[in-house]
Design a protein around this ligand. Structure first.
Ligand SMILES: [Zn+2]
Ligand SMILES: [Zn+2]
Length: 340
């Protein structure tokens, strides 16, 4: 079968690979119907994270189940599902605690389409068939009537934006929220959309990117154009979403005393300075860590089914399957590839 492959930095092509098969009675095979490009994918294809040879691309997917092991309950061949991008068993102690990003049975960063990070090739979603080793744990059914293209990014980035604000707004209902976007493309926009949907009194969106600011405004946030020098005010809930020391510093300074600073940034490699003295003195709670995809999927899918979250409003480009090798290297806040 064909699988979209990053053969070298900046080189993406279809390669022929063996079609995966069921290897156990708890497994599923899924045919991807819509695949979204994650905010991290351009860093993978650029060679920012050194790869061990060619690797499969794509880890945000809506697909159709084409085969199921005999032991799988509650799912059916032909059903449409969102596939969690992280491999998790659903049965170990970590999975039981909802920490499905760190399943005890797999090495850290065991995700589809991210061989440069984990060192293990789990396959990519831009393929004819994908093997899901723990179907019940990793697949969430798509409610009838929802468009797979609209749900392309729900495997990962939508969840990442959701978890950045949902628990903190549950603690402080109606609080003002600031999203600091300094390099991540779609996750901060999903966070802004979630904060609006969950009833934040005001959602401000700080960025130096005019396109992102305009999109944030359409989602109901207030655009704050900034060079990340000095915030204008402080907020009880702040989300740090980006790449730069200046952005993190700005987010820290914008957090009110006793407030919450949630980082969804992957500061890979090197040390990032953190003003712990300021956090200590002001009682700022700092949260950092990866999203737990499989654990969060059911509650986020329910919000989407209710029409309260509309991830398609963040999508800026949709292309057909055959266009993936070129489109995948081109700029877009959120690209979705749909099976033609
Ligand atoms: Zn991702
Ligand atoms: Zn597990």
């Amino acid at each position: 079968m064909r699988q979209l492959t990053c053969a070298a930095p900046g080189t993406i092509e279809w390669q022929d690979v063996p079609e995966p098969r069921l290897q156990g009675d708890g497994e599923a095979l899924v045919r991807p119907l819509a695949v979204a490009r994650c905010d991290i994918d351009l860093f993978l294809t650029s060679g920012f994270f050194p790869a061990r040879g060619p690797f499969a691309l794509g880890h945000e997917c809506v697909g159709e189940i084409v085969a199921l092991g005999d032991g799988v309950r509650g799912l059916a061949v032909g059903q449409r599902v969102v596939v969690a991008f992280q491999v998790s068993c659903g049965a170990c102690r970590s999975c039981g605690a909802g920490h499905t990003a760190n399943c005890d049975r797999y090495p850290v960063l065991s995700d589809y389409g991210m061989q440069p990070l984990s060192g293990v090739e789990y396959g990519g979603m831009l393929a004819d068939v994908v093997r899901v080793p723990h179907a019940q744990a990793m697949l969430t059914p798509v409610p009838a009537g929802l468009d797979p293209v609209a749900l392309g990014s729900v495997s990962d980035n939508v969840l990442d934006g959701y978890r950045a604000v949902a628990p903190h707004l549950a603690d402080l209902p109606g609080a003002d929220v600031l999203i600091v976007s300094h390099g991540l493309k779609s996750v901060p926009l999903y966070a802004a959309q979630t904060a609006v949907a969950l009833g934040a009194a005001r959602v401000d969106y700080a960025s130096d990117d005019a396109e992102a600011l305009a999109l944030a405004e359409r989602l109901g946030a207030h655009p704050v154009h900034t060079d990340f020098e000095k915030p204008d005010r402080r907020y009880p809930i702040v989300v740090d979403a980006g790449l730069t020391p200046a952005g993190l510093r700005y987010a820290t300074r914008a957090t009110a005393p006793e407030g919450t600073l949630q980082s969804v940034s992957f500061y890979a490699g090197g040390d990032m300075a953190m003003p712990l003295g300021r956090l200590y003195t002001l009682g700022i709670r700092f949260f950092v860590g990866r999203v737990h995809a499989a654990a969060l999927l059911p509650e986020v899918m329910a919000l989407i089914a209710q029409g309260r979250l509309r991830p398609e409003e963040v999508t800026t480009r949709v292309v057909d399957w055959e266009e993936a090798p070129t489109a995948y290297l081109e700029p877009a806040i959120k690209l979705v590839v749909r099976r033609s």
